[in-house]
Design a protein around this ligand. Structure first.
Ligand code: PEP
Length: 256
């Protein structure tokens, strides 16, 4: 069975103290759910990573990942963080290609291809985000756009890399807007992604988790998580409240 994942992207939210309190509440919730099959992932700001890895080291149910890394190994890139630095903290992985990074920080498919490669070389799991804008969806180009994002960043990787790749489909028009893809829209895209992957990597496509992201909340997750090709969620806003996040994990478990 494909891995099921509920991942929280905290973005630029919480001070270290606030973050530790939130993590504590999540860890408490996880230990009250002893038979979890869902892999829980938390992506806090860079400044929290070391403390979070230390706090969560004995829980295999939770993975700590970063929200970004630089595409070069090291060098004169003031303010940036390398994949090797993340690996040296025992961080489990990294989110790459989030639409906010593409939009506000000019990350292109070509830069993302470099980031993916260097993250994998440093044995980080990559949660690779893709998704179309509203304009692209309205022009009925959503599947083509997402396929191109995947093609450009992922398809010259060696086969064994795919064990460490998770795809997150995040329609840009649904991120932080309160507007969610319908379960049918999510399933249509997830199926399209899986069949596109199958065309490139064959049977391995069946093992790649594909998460949905975009205003996913306790009151809409049940139907989305029930879709055949939806293997979990990448959650922004709702991951900042422990109860909501735990409730999303419960919805994922109920769909198994
Ligand atoms: C995200 O930023 O990855 C995200 C899905 O945000 P939200 O859940 O707030 O739409």
């Amino acid at each position: 069975m494909r891995k099921k994942i509920v991942a929280g992207n905290w973005k630029m939210n919480t001070t270290l103290g606030e973050g530790l309190n939130l993590l504590e509440d999540i860890l408490e919730g996880i230990s009250a759910r002893p038979d979890l099959e869902t892999q829980v992932v938390v992506a806090p700001p860079f400044t929290h990573l070391e403390a979070f890895v230390n706090k969560a080291w004995d829980s295999s149910d939770i993975a700590i990942v970063a929200q970004n890394c630089h595409q070069e190994e090291n060098g004169a890139f003031t303010g940036e963080i390398s994949a090797a630095m993340l690996a040296s903290l025992n961080v489990d992985g990294v989110i790459l290609g989030h639409s906010e990074r593409r939009l506000y920080f000019g990350e292109t498919d070509e830069i993302l291809a470099q980031k993916v490669r260097i993250a994998l070389e440093n044995e980080l799991v990559v949660i690779f985000c893709c998704g179309e804008s509203l304009e692209e969806r309205e022009a009925n180009r959503h599947i083509e756009v997402v396929s191109q994002q995947l093609q450009k960043a992922l398809f010259d990787l060696p086969e064994e890399s795919w064990e460490n790749i998770v795809i997150a489909y995040e329609p840009v028009w649904a991120i932080g807007t309160g507007r969610t893809a319908s379960p049918e829209q999510a399933q249509e895209m997830h199926r399209a992604i899986r069949s596109y992957l199958a065309g490139q990597i064959g049977h391995l496509a069946m093992e790649v988790p594909i998460l949905y992201g975009g205003s996913c909340k306790p009151d809409n997750a049940e139907e989305i998580f029930a879709q055949e090709d939806v293997d979990g969620g990448l959650i922004g806003g709702a991951s900042l409240k422990a109860n909501d996040f735990l409730s999303l994990i419960d919805h994922m478990e109920a769909s198994l």
